[in-house]
Design a protein around this ligand. Structure first.
Ligand code: 4AD
Ligand code: MG
Length: 478
């Protein structure tokens, strides 16, 4: 490896030394005698300027220095004469590693719509916007591991293929090797899954939580960070069929400890990006402001992107119960003016319009909602004494809605089994129930949707633009 990362060269003041850069041409301008070529290698947002004295190179090579082409340049690092950059490379040797026909290359140096870029997702890592997003995504992923490692958590791998549906919502993708055209049947005419690869029905996991609980009830503090899959047919800007989730699970934590950890964790991640990704954030801020100014007045964000991130850092999250939230919504001018599409009454699953009202209009801060009605939450949540609610928590963020979902877990065998019996899950989850039979312990955990976090931090409106290759209904290209 002989090349220098452009990120390092741009910070260097060690001029007049020989350097090698490799990268893709973002732009080319200049005159007949000098070409100024802007090269980017993905190591940072900025391009480096390569100065090419046209006469010194074969015409054949000069012709091929087109937008999208990949070049290797050997030359000298010089203090730049132009005011736009600190340094530049004076080319001495040029190799065209890969040509790009300017007539056909789809990414010309002009503004492309995000919709168009989704159609050419194989090339979008070469744009400034997606370079910035994916560098930030990397930093967030790294910060997740650093946060937990520093606090004594162990990285735990829950299986991706499972026979259970952790959230019990029946939105799983099946995993099978049975021949689709000729499924084996048993005497009752049902598909005979005993002949399938695992000898039973299997699916892709919707959450690593249940197995993370097993880990926490031995290792104390664990977290998962892996892909999860949901076959829900929601074509929204917040849902993916394949998304990454971070799920810490902590023995001996109660619901309050769980909330404290989640708030501290989110703030740590945001602070990490503010500290380490300032160049990319500043670029995304500009695009955020531009996009924001084109929105309808009532949909505009009052804060800039970085301002919003700082705001979340500097303010305590509001913590209120579901019941209090319903009271606030019912007393709201929105409700009185019948501006909510969905009915507001105790027992409903809050719709995104309700969550957004609480976060964006009423409190204007992130909100932690807790103690939800048990009917609308998963079977594993700890039941409260009132017999009506469970120790759930959802964290709601401005512009995003739910970013975290979690709870204290039911650790009392009889109570948990009453729920699994009612849902017909007891047989399948015998191993989960055994952790309550032997040495049960209070414990809690939550799940942070990684893409929703990246969306919040980058200010991108559509979740499909913060994961390299989004999976959604009717779409699994690339
Ligand atoms: O609220 P959810 O369904 O909670 C769980 O799966 C629990 N097992 C977590 C736990 O307690 N360990 O999902 C957690 C988070 C949501 O708050 C949201 O951020 C994200 O995962 N999420 C999605 N993100 C993208 N696309 C989807 N279809 C998502 N569904 C949930
Ligand atoms: Mg949820």
């Amino acid at each position: 490896m002989k090349q220098n990362a452009i990120r390092h060269l741009l910070q260097s003041t060690d001029f007049d030394r020989p350097v090698v850069v490799q990268g893709w041409v973002r732009n080319r301008r200049g005159s007949k005698s000098v070409a100024f070529v802007h090269l980017n290698d993905g190591s940072c947002l900025a391009n480096i300027q390569v100065v090419v004295n046209v006469e010194e190179f074969a015409e054949e090579i000069i012709k091929k220095i087109a937008v999208g082409a990949c070049l290797e340049v050997e030359g000298k690092l010089l203090a730049s004469q132009g005011s736009e950059q600190a340094c530049e490379v004076l080319a001495e040797k040029l190799v065209i590693l890969g040509e790009a026909d300017p007539e056909k290359y789809p990414l010309q140096p002009k503004a492309h719509s995000l919709e168009f870029l989704r159609e050419i997702a194989h090339l979008r890592p070469r744009t400034a916007t997606f370079g910035a997003i994916f560098r930030i995504r990397h930093h967030l992923g790294f910060a997740v591991h650093q946060y937990f490692h520093e606090r004594g958590f162990f990285y735990w791998q829950s299986p991706i293929i499972t026979a259970s549906d952790a959230e019990g919502a029946g939105e799983t993708f099946r995993v099978t090797t049975l021949p689709l055209a000729q499924m084996p049947k048993n005497e009752t005419g049902a598909i005979d899954f005993t002949q399938d690869f695992f000898g039973r029905e299997a699916n892709l996991t919707v959450s690593g939580q249940l197995e993370a609980e097993l880990g926490a009830l031995g290792l104390g503090l664990v977290y998962t960070f892996g892909p999860t899959f949901r076959a829900e047919n929601s074509n929204t800007t917040r849902h993916l069929a394949e998304f990454w989730m971070i799920e810490p699970e902590m023995a001996f934590y109660d619901a309050k400890d769980n909330q404290d950890l989640a708030e501290d964790f989110l703030k740590y991640l945001i602070r990490f990006v503010l500290t380490h990704c300032s160049e990319d954030l500043a670029f995304l801020e500009e695009r955020f402001q531009k996009e924001n100014s084109q929105k309808k007045k009532e949909e505009q964000s009052e804060m800039g992107l970085i301002e919003k991130l700082r705001f979340v850092l500097e303010n305590e999250f509001v913590r209120i119960s579901y019941t209090e939230a319903i009271d606030i919504l019912q007393a709201s001018p929105y409700h009185k003016k019948k501006k909510f599409k969905f009915e507001v009454k105790w027992g409903i699953d809050l719709q995104s319009e309700h969550e957004r009202y609480l976060v964006e209009k009423h409190f204007r801060k992130p909100v932690i909602l807790f103690d939800y009605p048990k009917e609308i939450k998963a079977f594993y949540m700890k039941q409260n004494e009132d017999g009506k609610t469970v120790r759930a928590m959802d964290i709601l963020f401005p512009g995003i809605g739910e970013i975290v979902g979690g709870s204290q877990r039911e650790e009392v065998l009889e109570k948990l089994q009453a729920r699994t019996d009612a849902l017909g899950l007891t047989q399948n989850l015998w191993w989960y129930l055994e952790t309550r039979r032997f040495g049960t312990a209070p414990h809690s955990g939550f799940g942070l949707g990684f893409e929703r976090l990246v969306q919040f931090v980058t200010g991108m409106g559509n979740i499909r633009d913060v994961i390299p290759y989004p999976r959604s209904p009717q779409s699994a290209d690339f």
